[in-house]
Design a protein around this ligand. Structure first.
Ligand SMILES: Cc1ncc(COP(=O)(O)O)c(C=O)c1O
Length: 369
């Protein structure tokens, strides 16, 4: 399996050897510590806005008074509400502790030892962990040099062992988007009994004109699964709630392997209140997109070349000089997500954080990056 990262080796107890191949998930670092300047965490693609007062109020009023009780395991009020908004049956929706758990449910459902999961690489770092955790094999298809999915490569990687194909639109960390034509080309090439997951954690930020939302594909093909989250556009990363949309029999299977009682009442109430506050939240999304455009314009003016970003982050392909540049950001009070030897992913934060990013980029450019 072509994975990179840290490996846990030499465990002193009997265990599944596949665990030794799992790379440790590297969480985005917290903001650097400094006594004399404001510092920022732009390493985890979080929403920089504080939780909405209406969401905090809903949690206090409707969830905190009965923390002694287990949550509704199926999260029925959230499921029903989403089903009305999305226009599918409640039986087409499953909740998870973030979309990370939704993806885990799906992989657990379809892939085990001897089975393959095809996905682009570099992409969301949880994929190799989830696939190896299920005992299945990752087939990582390198992105094109422009950071986009290699759809032809993904199609070529599909064989009789393939149990799942993952599309990450927009892709973390390259922030690129998949075109409607490419997505449909892929769907037409995948056998109809092999599921295709569209991980759309950042779709609300996707302004790419030629993309589709996976819900369109869901209506056109029998084997599409969509993963969405409340972590990014809705700003509830700390509460862990996401959902999957899939054919009914797929959802039934996913529910069987879901972490029992995983999605708390606090998360469910926050999700409901967030759906009520959709207009306010989408204003926030618009302001993050406009900050992203501001950063992109400034960096292009400085002479940087990088993929047009369609998420709440962007990607600087710095190759060998990645660590050197990351140290400069850290020095300036910014924790960014560096993938050694490859590039740096930087989240769009509050305006002052973005100003600081632009400043460091100018300095790097002057230093010959
Ligand atoms: C592409 C992608 N998918 C899924 C997730 C999972 O988010 P969550 O589990 O918070 O819903 C992330 C989080 O960073 C992501 O980048």
């Amino acid at each position: 399996m072509a994975v990179s990262g840290d490996y846990h080796e030499g465990m002193s107890f009997k265990h599944r050897t596949i665990i030794d191949t799992i790379p440790a998930y590297k969480q985005g670092k917290p903001a650097p510590k400094s006594d004399d300047k404001r510092t920022y965490k732009v390493s985890s693609n979080e929403n920089p806005f504080e939780p909405l007062p209406s969401v905090v109020k809903a949690i206090k009023k409707r969830a905190l008074p009965h923390l002694n009780r287990y949550p509704d395991m199926r999260g029925w009020p959230v499921v029903e509400r989403l089903s009305r908004e999305i226009g599918v049956k409640p039986e087409n929706i499953v909740l998870g502790c973030g979309s990370t758990e939704v993806i885990t449910q799906l992989v657990q459902l379809v892939a085990g030892p001897g089975d393959e999961v095809v996905y682009p690489w570099r992409s969301f770092e949880a994929y190799p962990i989830i696939v190896a955790g299920a005992g299945a094999t990752s087939v990582q298809v390198p992105n094109l040099s422009n950071g986009r999915h290699d759809i032809d490569g993904m199609i070529a990687a599909i064989n009789e062992r393939t149990r799942l194909v993952i599309v990450n639109n927009p892709n973390n960390p390259t922030a690129t988007s998949v075109s409607d034509t490419d997505a449909r080309r892929l769907m037409n090439a995948v056998p109809s009994d092999v599921l295709v997951l569209f991980d759309e954690a950042y779709f609300q930020f996707n302004t790419y004109a030629d993309t589709n939302v996976a819900m369109d594909l869901f209506r056109d093909y029998p084997n599409v699964v969509v993963a969405h989250t409340f972590s990014k556009a809705y700003g509830l990363a700390g509460l862990r709630i996401g959902y999957g949309i899939a054919p009914e029999d797929v959802i039934e299977g996913m529910r069987k392997v879901a972490l029992p009682f995983g999605v708390t009442d606090v998360a469910q109430e926050a999700a409901l209140a967030s759906l009520d506050a959709y207009d306010e939240l989408s204003d926030r999304v618009k302001s993050i997109i406009s900050e992203r455009n501001r950063v992109v314009t400034a960096l292009v003016r400085q002479g940087w070349a990088f993929p047009d970003p369609y998420a709440n982050f962007f990607w600087l392909p710095l190759g060998e000089r990645t660590d050197e540049a990351a140290a400069e950001f850290e020095q300036a009070g910014l924790s960014v997500r560096a993938f050694s030897g490859d590039g740096i992913r930087i989240s769009i934060g509050e305006a002052s954080a973005n100003d600081a990013v632009i400043e460091v980029c100018a300095k790097l450019k002057k230093a010959g990056f």
